[in-house]
Write a protein that binds this ligand. Structure first.
Ligand code: BGC
Length: 805
């Protein structure tokens, strides 16, 4: 739709401009009828469309229009396949057009800092390079259909516990190299229409009002031209937010926050030019998003086939002692309730109501496999049921092959809370360990959103990791088991041996200030540096075929850091199956006074080879492939020296290497050296990563903030509900809100929505109640109530009386 945006801005009143800066309800922007300014609808994301009928977001997470539930990001990233992600993006775009959605809320580009972050299933990787490539491809696919995306959650939202309160304290280098660079690549290359800021604070400032993040870095450095919206209820001080670069508050606050914008412009504390700039960007988005609805009911069947294809490409074969692929003539037992009802997606705002849904047993039936079946465990609750296990053991006895479907049930991982361990339910573990006692030919097929430990691993023959493989994934798993499709996925995250091996272990979770003391040592960067054994390394995945890597060639042996470098490797399929291989290119930096990871992924390529065939993969490297972020010059910098280029089948299976001598174009830049104040970063080979606070502070460049507990008398709009729980008035208020809130958002106490809201309720700041009620609860009312809770009964009552409406 053509619109002269400058003319429209001139015609708008201050009130109309402010009104555009917040949502009308949970999913729509506001129209301005006087000027015929239309509005748009946004919806979750990211691995399928969740269009809700209700405007308040209260109709239950799964009660949305039907759409295709693709595998979640933890799975799809394992395909290492940007083209496939582009195809998935196109399909998402088509469903948005079919359902009248202008912007789909995703992809999620947060780093998997800990394996137990409840939302890891929605995130791509522990490695920012993979994140940038996968997120960028998905965005480009969606936007090729003229539908927008919202890259989220910007930034450093790496845990669910206290996500609305906690301060992620990250040193500048780790922020740039690890936490921002996936966002950066996606913004620069794919130009998302919108970006969603996160709930948390970053180094003491709310992400929703962080000028450095939202304007300096995002717009000025990376050239972002879209709009920034808040995560749902993440707005703190609206005026500060607008000035910092947050254009859209979502959902609305019933006009409450618009009022502050109007006041600020009137009293001169906010320049109208800043508001106009935001309105200009919002109008650009709104007019760009005026798509015709393109009804295409047949799309959903096509997309079901695509979801299946993606699931096949994403599964990772973790172990195979020759039992797979299975032979259709074998006598088979299929065990585990997940075979009949797989866990195929995660819980929370990304919950999809699938257009189609099949299960593993459908796959066995379709293939004409005659199998004996037993549930083995109950779908929820982890307590082993002896009778069910006994039945399963008897079913497995004497069979030539036993497939056990296992994994994490819904209540184990979700948006809104983190896991506190990496165990499967006891009922699943015990089923497996009892069955292997009577039959050694066991294959475990795992459905989970993130890493688990596998105490039975040495006793089973094969393990196929499906992750959360979408509406068609469980059925597709049977194709992989029987070799109709050859597994080719590789892990985009490390599976540690135990949770305490993870470098964030002591600095994660229930804190208001989370110190990212491990700095750049996230995922394989840490396990490599610390020489730690892991269960499965980053980049790992088996095939039924085998591959030989030969002839690693570099386009130069010597170069300037500004020159590109082309890396080529020949790969031969030496096995008995046509199959795909994912080749990973890592860069090893020369020794430096600055601590570095032993190697970093800087390229990958996937190649499809017939048995016996040889092909060549090519990867382009550039300045950034060799650079670290230099905190002295606040820029990317390449040190002169010999860099080793490694070609690997995983981070632990490096097959070939070659050196290139690089000369820096900025030889004078002083390289930071922390070896005296922070020696721990140079010696990580201890049992647990324990960077002392003073060494972190020395590297971070400041002392940690002391966060005083919030006590009665000090309650304010940013206080969390749990903090109000001291006096009688506070307790009463919290109980009342809890009842109302649960009734509205979590009517069914067994639902995952209920679990998620229950888990995050205590940590919600008081101010979020305004958006959650779309302004029915006003800031004035909350302030009056806070006065009462703070012990000033008369003042509070007078305030409430004066501000009654
Ligand atoms: C989530 C976002 C989501 C939004 C809307 C928030 O709680 O963090 O990822 O897009 O809700 O459902």
């Amino acid at each position: 739709m053509d619109a002269n945006i400058e003319e429209i801005i001139k015609a708008m009143t201050l009130e109309e401009k402010a009104s555009l800066c917040s949502g009308m309800d949970f999913w729509h922007t506001k129209p301005v009828p006087r000027l015929n300014i239309p509005n748009i609808m946004v919806a979750d994301g990211p691995h399928g469309l969740r269009k809700q009928a209700s405007k308040s977001g209260a109709d239950g997470l799964g009660n949305s229009e039907k759409s295709t539930c693709f595998p979640t990001a933890s799975a799809t990233s394992c395909a290492f396949d940007p083209d496939l992600m582009y195809e998935m993006g196109q399909a998402l775009g088509e469903e948005c057009l079919d359902q009248g959605i202008s912007v789909i809320l995703g992809p999620g580009a947060n780093i998997k800092r800990s394996p137990v972050c409840g939302r890891n299933f929605e995130y791509i990787s522990e490695d920012p390079f993979v994140i940038g490539k996968i997120a960028g491809a998905l965005i480009s696919g969606v936007q090729s259909k003229h539908v927008g995306t919202s890259l989220k959650h910007f930034a450093a939202n790496n845990q669910e516990k206290a996500r609305m309160l906690c301060d992620s304290v990250i040193d500048e280098r780790a922020l740039r190299e690890i936490y921002l660079s996936g966002f950066e690549a996606a913004v620069r290359n794919a130009k998302p229409w919108t970006l969603m800021c996160s709930y948390n604070l970053l180094n003491g400032i709310y992400a929703s009002e962080h000028p450095r993040l939202l304007t300096e870095i995002l717009r000025k450095e990376w050239g972002f031209e879209g709009i920034v919206m808040s995560d749902w209820t993440a707005v703190c001080n609206r005026v500060k937010g607008l000035a910092a670069g947050l254009e859209l508050e979502m959902p609305g606050s019933g006009g409450e926050n618009d009022r502050f914008i109007i006041e600020a412009v009137k009293n001169g504390s906010l320049s109208e030019e800043i508001l106009d700039q935001a309105v200009r960007r919002l109008l650009t988005l709104i007019y760009k998003g005026q798509n015709e609805i393109v009804k295409d009911p047949s799309a959903y069947e096509r997309h079901n086939a695509l979801a299946r294809k993606i699931a096949l490409a994403s599964a990772v074969l973790l172990k195979n002692d020759g039992l797979l692929p299975a032979n259709p003539g074998q006598k088979v037992a299929v065990l585990g309730a997940f075979a009949k009802e797989a866990r195929y997606q995660g819980s929370g705002s990304s919950r999809i109501n699938p257009a189609y849904l099949s299960n593993a047993v459908d796959g066995f039936k379709n293939m004409g496999i005659d199998y004996a079946y037993a549930d083995g465990y109950k779908m929820s609750g982890g307590t082993p049921d002896e009778a069910m296990i006994h039945e399963a053991v008897e079913t497995a006895r004497g069979k030539e092959i036993v497939f056990i479907y296992a994994g994490l049930p819904d209540e184990y991982e979700s948006e809104g809370f983190d896991r506190d361990h990496m165990d499967l339910p006891d009922s699943h573990n015990q089923l497996i360990s009892e069955v292997v006692k009577v039959n050694p030919n066991v294959v475990v097929i795992l459905f989970c959103g993130s890493p688990v430990v596998m105490p039975w691993l040495p006793d089973v023959k094969s393990v196929l990791l499906s992750y959360l493989s979408g509406q068609a994934g469980a059925e597709a798993s049977v194709d992989l088991l029987y070799g109709k499709s050859v597994p080719c996925g590789k892990l985009t995250e490390t599976f540690p041996l135990c949770l305490s091996d993870n470098p964030s272990y002591t600095q994660f979770g229930d804190k208001k200030s989370v110190e990212y003391r491990e700095s750049i040592f996230v995922g394989y960067r840490y396990y490599d540096a610390a020489n730690k054994k892991v269960l499965f390394p980053f980049g790992f995945g088996l095939s039924y075929s085998s591959f030989v890597y030969k002839n690693l060639r570099l386009s130069a042996n010597e170069m300037l850091d500004s020159d590109p470098l082309t890396v080529t490797v020949d790969v031969q399929n030496t096995g008995n199956y046509d199959a795909k291989e994912i080749v990973q290119i890592y860069v090893q930096a020369p020794k430096s006074v600055l601590f570095k990871a032993p190697k970093e992924l800087k390229g990958f390529a996937k190649i499809d080879l017939k048995k016996g065939e040889t092909g060549t993969v090519t990867v382009q490297l550039d300045h950034r492939s060799f650079a670290y972020y230099n905190t002295n010059i606040h820029d990317w910098h390449v040190e002169s020296g010999i860099y080793t280029i490694l070609a690997g089948a995983s981070s632990k299976d490096i097959r070939l290497s070659a050196d290139v001598k690089i000369t820096s174009t900025r030889p004078d830049a002083k390289v930071p050296d922390y070896s005296v104040e922070s020696p721990a970063y140079y010696h990580l080979e201890s049992d647990n990563l324990m960077i002392p606070q003073n060494q972190f502070e020395a590297m971070y460049g400041a002392k940690m903030r002391i966060i005083e507990p919030v006590v009665k008398g000090k309650y304010n709009l940013d206080s969390a509900l749990f903090e109000l729980n001291h006096g009688i008035a506070g307790k009463f208020f919290v109980r009342h809100i809890h009842r109302r809130f649960m009734k509205k958002y979590a009517a069914d106490p067994r639902s995952d929505q209920s679990r998620m809201f229950e888990a995050q309720f205590d940590d919600m700041p008081v101010r979020t109640l305004v958006s959650f009620t779309n302004g029915t609860l006003r800031f004035d009312t909350l302030e009056g109530l806070l006065l009462i809770m703070n012990g000033h009964m008369c003042k509070g009552l007078m305030f409430l009386w004066k501000n009654r409406k």
